[in-house]
Ligand binder design. Structure first.
Ligand code: SF4
Length: 320
């Protein structure tokens, strides 16, 4: 809870669901119902909890890590979002992005046609090989829609690195994105659909390896980026409370799609700016395209004289 508002205490986000469990499914449900100790959850309550479950939770998992009772609150928030979806309470902006991902195969409109055009343009402009829809390949490369639509330079960087490593790979237009807004929205079917698309694409081309994008929920970016940075020979400075216990930039969990959550995101980002400044480091690097989007947005908002850099692009620039 970084806002100082007790309503944002992580466990409070689950209150209506705890109430429903005790009333409907717990071992003493009959007792709670008989004495009406736990009244039925109302639509008005769920509407009130929409902000707590979506706008003010990035599903970062920090609360789960520090909970003295060992309760995995972040996973329970994910389950609560399933219930919110079933109740028709997903915030419209997030619902629209997740539905688009289901319908078009991409939350940001990177349809097969757009992907093909981008790949042809980038391959030609940068003279790199970006294989698309090869019938057979050792590795299936997936991307985040943020990379395709906002940071295409990272696609070029990835292609350079994989070519340099001699990886036999392909992108597939029937499974190009690992970004999973179904997960964020709470719709299990959409979540499954996005994952299955990637799995089926990998099976179709016989890939033995799946390359996931620079994106927090697709690739659990923990130690490997640090190893890569060390291998580049740079002096790595960790943020205070960095690593597993770090604070989210504020854009995770689908919050980046919610304009009405701007104020919360901006407030959360102040922590991140202070953390970054405390390092005294020259460069700021992330392995997540969504973090990059959140940083760029806040950098412009706060007129902060820092620019976040992509780990992929740093590695590609160091190749000879
Ligand atoms: S998952 Fe992160 S943002 Fe959500 S309640 Fe826990 S600590 Fe807060």
């Amino acid at each position: 809870m970084t806002s100082g508002d007790p309503a944002h205490t992580p466990i409070w986000k689950l209150e209506p669901f705890k109430q429903a469990y005790k009333r409907e499914a717990g071992p003493f449900a009959w007792f709670y119902r008989a004495l009406n100790l736990k009244p039925a959850v109302t639509a008005a309550e769920l509407r009130e909890w929409q902000e707590l479950l979506y706008d003010t939770c990035t599903m970062c998992g920090r609360c789960s890590m520090v909970c003295p009772m060992g309760i995995d609150i972040a996973s329970l928030v994910g389950l609560a979002r399933h219930a919110m979806y079933e109740a028709g309470m997903v915030p419209h902006e997030l619902w629209a992005v997740a539905e688009r991902a289901k319908r078009e195969g991409s939350p940001l409109g990177a349809t097969p046609k757009v992907l093909k055009e981008r790949v042809e343009w980038l391959a030609d402009e940068h003279e790199v090989e970006i294989p698309l829809d090869k019938p057979r390949a050792e590795a299936l490369v997936t991307l985040s829609s943020v990379e395709i639509m906002k940071y295409p330079a990272s696609m070029v960087a990835l292609a350079k690195i994989l070519s340099h490593a001699g990886v036999d790979r392909t992108l597939r237009s029937d499974g190009s994105e690992a970004t999973n807004f179904g997960l964020f929205s709470g719709n299990l079917e959409w979540q499954k659909d996005v994952s299955l698309r990637v799995i089926r694409a990998a099976i179709a081309c016989g890939a033995k390896t799946l390359v996931l994008p620079e994106c927090g929920h697709a690739y659990g970016a923990t130690q490997a980026p640090r190893e890569v940075l060390r291998a580049l020979g740079v002096e790595l400075r960790e943020m205070p409370q960095g690593g597993d216990a770090n604070w989210c930039c504020g854009g995770g969990g689908g919050v980046v799609t919610l304009h009405r959550a701007d104020e919360h995101r901006r407030r959360a980002f102040i922590i991140k700016m202070n953390q970054v400044e405390a390092t005294g480091a020259e460069k700021l690097v992330s392995s997540c395209a969504n973090c990059r989007l959140t940083f760029d947005d806040n950098q412009a908002h706060y007129k902060w004289d820092r620019k976040i850099e992509s780990l992929l692009e740093l590695v590609a620039a160091s190749l000879y």
